[in-house]
Design a binder for this molecule. Structure first.
Ligand SMILES: [Zn+2]
Length: 265
């Protein structure tokens, strides 16, 4: 079953009521209609392989905040095991408008707007160099991030990195095509924090990226998903251990976050 939400670029919160008449692994999939690689959310509720979770059945309400603009949202619901939507229906959709958050200095707001627009549209844009509204920031969008500084041009297996000297962010199309819009946005905020605070502290950059996302009104669930995906490939045992600890601290931060949090940015 599919539904279109004509959102007209406003900030809003979507409330979706879903009913499954039989036990399913419910998938909720939201993306920009007719535009490739524009996944806003891809959530799973119920898991046949995890006894404590079990399958999803009955009626449930799901909330999806969209604090930044969405053009034409399409929602699909289906059972992950069969890819079919028999017995699953969207019973009701309501939405309420959200106030726009403008809590940042203008030069930070410019990066936020640029990073979000880039995250939303890079899935169907060509590779090349992109600039923010006033030209203050730029992103180099290539198939892969490459090691140009040592002349080898070797692939660096990372979705993005920032040049600490000039703030230019290099972005890998290969990785970004696999990520949700919120996930891409959080990575770009992480890179911005590296540059803005001139820090190499990965946890501090993750925490600031989460903080900005939550301040803007993005959902905690979507931030959690982004954090989970960031550590898909952790390398050696030692690195994996460090990543697990970093992930734990981030999940605690997101769980305990309230909108009274301030940022010094
Ligand atoms: Zn980093």
């Amino acid at each position: 079953m599919n539904r279109f939400i004509p959102s007209n670029g406003e900030a809003f919160k979507l409330l979706v009521e879903v009913e499954a008449s039989t036990p399913v692994e419910l998938m909720l999939y939201g993306y920009e209609a007719n535009l490739t690689n524009t996944v806003h959310f891809l959530r799973q509720y119920g898991d046949a392989n995890v006894a404590e979770v079990g399958l999803f059945q009955g009626i449930h309400h799901f909330e999806f905040p969209f604090p930044k603009s969405v053009q034409k949202l399409k929602i699909e619901v289906f059972d992950k095991r069969s890819n079919a939507s028999n017995g699953i229906k969207i019973k009701n959709i309501t939405y309420k408008y959200l106030p726009l958050v403008q809590a940042f200095a203008p030069h930070v707001q410019e990066y936020i707007d640029f990073a979000f627009d880039f995250s939303q549209s890079c899935g169907y844009h060509e590779t090349g160099t992109y600039e923010s509204a006033s030209g203050l920031y730029s992103m180099v969008f290539s198939d892969y991030v490459r090691s140009w500084e040592d002349q080898t041009n070797a692939i660096i297996y990372t979705p993005a990195r920032v040049n600490h000297t000039n703030g230019i962010v290099e972005v890998s199309k290969y990785y970004f095509d696999q990520l949700t819009i919120t996930n891409r946005f959080m990575i770009l905020l992480h890179e911005f924090t590296h540059f803005y605070y001139n820090t190499k502290d990965e946890l501090a950059c993750d925490l600031m990226a989460c903080n900005i996302c939550l301040m803007l009104g993005f959902s905690k669930t979507e931030c959690m998903y982004a954090i989970a995906r960031l550590f898909d490939y952790c390398g050696t045992d030692q690195q994996c251990k460090a990543f697990i600890e970093r992930k734990k601290q981030l999940i605690d931060f997101i769980n305990n976050w309230t909108n009274e949090h301030e940022t010094t940015i």
